[in-house]
Design a protein around this ligand. Structure first.
Ligand SMILES: Nc1nc2c(ncn2[C@@H]2O[C@H](COP(=O)(O)OP(=O)(O)OP(=O)(O)O)[C@@H](O)[C@H]2O)c(=O)[nH]1
Ligand SMILES: [Mg+2]
Length: 474
């Protein structure tokens, strides 16, 4: 399933597998509670084979492996609870690395409940949240980035979020991090030899080699860290604010983009008082669209409160759709709002294009413009495309990084690794160079920080392996 990562010795995996499978046997419903064609129950742990033998009334040594079987499930009292399909997968070649049993019963929550209750009375216990994935990690079937990807995959709400989660689940991010770690360890090995021989100084040619390698790792670390912004976009959506004068058609545009009548629309200015938000998919992206109270130069009391909320939304916006009525085009905006309209995050949307035949947007605006009609649908396809392009520009990725997006935990580890590497590089560049013990300790700090990302780095073991390739004095 997961590609073999460098340095994970079979020995260390055997150790964790032992620990994981010394545990108890867990069971849980893997599908939502409710009526459906099927419900899936998962069981993992050392009792899986015994349970299969008991409930399907077969000798324990005649349990088919890796093959679906259709049979009646018998509870402790001997009642048949359901005719279902079950599959037994022995460890370590299962998802959790343990013996597992999977049941597909009829999708009535009562059946699933009765089966679960029976399994519990036979010695299983209810699985805790995430426990199957946790066991997979402990058994070395997944690294931490892959375990996190399982959650991301389940929660993904856009095509891009799906693609990123899939790639991470395949080990894409873990592999990248492990490559960086491997390069750090080579550098560490080169340096540490001299810790043991204090009378020798790190020769200049070694120092240059190490520095060049570390600079490259630092670049790789920063590059990965830069994908955090798109990570935020994937999980929470790109915060996009509809801003403009009262009556420009902001709420109508929100409704058009969402595809249903979500916001109140009215002929009177000042219809929207409080902001409202709605998730919408624009191309492969998830967008969190905010409809706001119009910016009125002479607001009433409640309108003023609404406008304060508009400003709050605006300051946090990733992208702004500045909506202007094309039939009465005015680009005047209170400076408090206008100051937030930094180029790169603004699209000027001239709405009511149906009322302004022949309208041409002023060419001297510092933002891209387009003409639409929320009423007739004119230009809405183009609006989607332009939003898509703007989002791509907000979180630019280097080639090959399109399906990478680190989360906050990973970004924090990358930041700490980068800080350690900065210290190492400063230490090596200083004249005279910093003591080698210090440099090596900072370098280990960087290895540790990166290791937290996958949770797989067994430093001592890797160092042993690496040092084995170095001869003394080198
Ligand atoms: N002809 C035409 N009318 C539109 C268009 N978009 C909105 N309208 C009308 O303009 C009026 C105001 O629309 P809203 O969507 O409520 O405008 P808003 O910007 O949300 O207004 P506030 O909430 O008051 O700030 C309504 O009567 C809409 O039917 C359009 O593209 N063409
Ligand atoms: Mg409105």
């Amino acid at each position: 399933m997961s590609p073999a990562l460098p340095f994970s010795s079979p020995d260390s995996e055997a150790r964790v597998t032992l620990r994981a499978s010394a545990g108890d046997t867990i069971a849980a419903l893997a599908t939502p509670v409710g009526r459906s064609a099927l419900a899936v129950l998962r069981i993992s742990g050392p009792d899986s084979r015994r349970l299969a033998a008991e409930v399907f009334r077969r000798p324990a040594d005649q349990i088919p492996e890796r093959r679906p079987v259709y049979a009646a499930y018998h509870d402790l009292a001997g009642n048949s609870l359901d005719q279902l399909v079950w599959t037994y997968l022995p460890g370590p070649g299962s998802a959790t690395g343990e013996d597992t049993l999977e049941l597909s019963c009829h999708g009535n929550p009562l059946i699933a409940q009765l089966i679960l209750a029976d399994l519990f009375s036979r010695g299983c216990r209810p699985a805790e949240p995430g426990e199957f994935t946790r066991r997979a990690f402990l058994a070395g079937r997944l690294d931490l980035t892959q375990a996190e990807a399982v959650m991301d995959l389940i929660h993904a709400r856009s095509e891009r979020a799906l693609a990123v989660a899939q790639r991470q689940l395949r080990g894409g991010l873990g592999q990248r991090v492990e490559n960086l770690v491997a390069r750090l360890l080579l550098a560490l090995a080169r340096i540490e030899v001299y810790v043991d021989f204090p009378e020798e100084d790190l020769p200049p040619e070694d120092r240059d080699l190490v520095r060049a390698a570390l600079q490259e790792v630092l670049r790789g670390t920063n590059r990965l860290r830069a994908t955090e912004r798109s990570g935020g976009f994937l999980r929470d959506g790109v915060k996009t604010v509809l801003l403009g004068s009262p009556n420009a058609g902001k709420s109508s545009l929100l409704n058009a983009l969402v595809g249903r009548s979500r916001a109140l629309v009215g002929p009177e200015p000042g219809t929207t008082r409080d902001y409202l938000e709605e998730l919408v998919r624009i191309g492969p992206h998830l967008v969190r669209l905010f409809d706001t109270a119009g910016v009125n130069p002479a607001p009433g009391e409640v309108e003023r409160l609404g406008m304060a909320k508009t400003l709050e939304c605006l300051t946090e916006a990733d992208l702004v759709l500045w909506v202007v009525d094309a039939s009465r085009p005015s680009l005047e905006l209170d400076p408090v709002y206008a100051d937030q309209l930094r180029p790169g995050k603004v699209l000027v949307v001239f709405n009511k294009g149906d009322l302004a035949a022949g309208f041409i947007a002023p060419p001297d605006l510092p933002h891209p413009t387009l003409v639409v009609s929320a009423l007739t649908g004119l230009g809405l396809g183009e609006l989607g495309e332009r939003m898509e392009q703007a989002i791509e520009r907000l979180a630019p990725t280097e080639e090959g990084d399109e399906e990478m997006a680190v989360n906050a935990r990973q970004a924090d580890a990358l930041r700490r690794a980068g800080a350690c590497l900065g210290l190492v590089l400063d230490g090596l560049a200083a004249m005279p160079p910093a003591p080698i013990e210090l440099v090596s300790s900072d370098l280990r700090g960087a290895v540790d920080a990166l290791g937290e990302i996958t949770g797989r780095v067994d430093q001592e073991r890797m160092l042993d392996a690496l040092f084995a390739n170095f001869c003394i004095g080198k």
